[in-house]
Design a protein around this ligand. Structure first.
Ligand SMILES: C[S@@+](CC[C@H](N)C(=O)[O-])C[C@H]1O[C@@H](n2cnc3c(N)ncnc32)[C@H](O)[C@@H]1O
Length: 305
């Protein structure tokens, strides 16, 4: 009887309870479903990474608690697994969608897997102290030569890392239309705008398929680390094209897929060739490349004639 009990106990102890753990502080790695769901995959892992990447990738802290009033300072990055919506649905706190009108979300586009939306709880990562060194954001904006007085759209603005810099560059005569689909991202942006006393930024809650930009007025559409998350790339690109003023530019800044030394998960990288393929299939022509950033491509397009 004792021997039987010992065997039973041994078997019970070997059951894989650990794999069902929702232990706080452990992110679950790069989920491949739910392309428009909140990302579980942006963060480096403290567990084996299904993408097989080293942990020095993206978004550090993992914490499922609500950020406080100053998310940039306190942060907290979700693992996403607990609050990720169903595949094809919008992240929580995103603009309400009319399911009747919204076309189906894609999980792949032109041979590329679409990444999940980065969750607003990971916003602290966007403000990390090392970002300027890693991405040379100042150099990137210098290369774009944004003129004072311009109307710029920062689509997928997040908590406004680039938005505030753009606002300084366009000056009082210009404006920045800052679009995101997650209201909490825009709330963080508004706080940063208020702290900086900025009045030339207009936060816009877009939808998965529509940035809700005015038509024919935007001189520059900046898409930093966001195009690869679009679940509705064709609808977004059509709307972006309509928003452009004559001669207006669209700039995609994406982590270089061609470079294995860029420490970002493959799903969140794009190759130059893929960027061009997708933009050219949607009414844009390539205008310029800037190849001097440490981790990213900067590809500029204009509406094809
Ligand atoms: C990785 S973050 C980059 C934020 C910012 N561009 C930066 O570089 O700091 C991507 C952001 O794009 C937003 N996003 C994803 N799909 C979007 C869409 N269709 N329209 C607008 N924003 C979108 C997400 O909510 C998220 O805030």
């Amino acid at each position: 009887m004792r021997a039987l009990l010992t065997i039973l106990l041994t078997v019970l102890l070997q059951l894989p309870f650990a794999s069902c753990s929702s232990e706080p502080g452990v992110q679950t790695g790069g989920s491949t479903d739910a392309n428009t769901a909140v990302s579980t995959g942006d963060a480096p892992t403290q567990q084996p990474d299904p993408d097989g990447l080293p942990p020095e990738g993206r978004v550090p802290v993992v914490d499922d608690t609500e950020p406080d009033d100053e998310p940039e300072a306190s942060g907290g990055t979700t693992t996403g697994g607990t609050n990720a919506p169903e595949p094809g649905s919008a992240p929580e706190d995103s603009a309400p969608e009319d399911p009747e009108e919204l076309p189906p979300a894609l999980t792949e586009y032109m041979g590329r897997r679409i990444a999940q939306t980065m969750h607003w709880k990971g916003a602290e990562w966007l403000m990390r102290a090392t970002r300027e060194d890693e991405e040379h954001a100042t150099e990137m904006l210098d290369a774009l030569d944004v003129p004072p007085g311009a109307t710029v759209a920062d689509i997928g603005c997040g908590n406004g890392y680039h938005t505030l810099r753009l606002a300084a560059r366009v000056g009082a005569e210009g404006r920045v239309l800052a679009v995101d689909i997650q209201e909490p991202m825009l709330a963080m942006l508004r706080r940063r705008m208020a702290n900086a006393d900025l009045t030339n930024v207009e936060p816009i809650l877009g939808t998965l398929a529509d940035p809700r930009l005015p038509e024919g007025v935007v001189d520059l559409v900046l898409l930093v680390d966001v195009y690869h998350e679009f679940s509705h790339p064709e609808q977004m690109l059509a709307a972006i094209r309509r928003s452009l003023a004559p001669g207006g530019r669209v700039v995609l800044v994406e982590f270089r897929e061609e470079d294995p030394d860029v420490p970002i998960k493959p799903l969140h990288k794009m190759s130059k060739a893929q960027v061009r393929r997708e933009l050219e299939a949607n009414g844009f022509q390539h205008a310029a490349s800037y190849d001097e950033l440490p981790w990213q491509h900067v590809e500029t397009f204009q509406a094809a004639r």
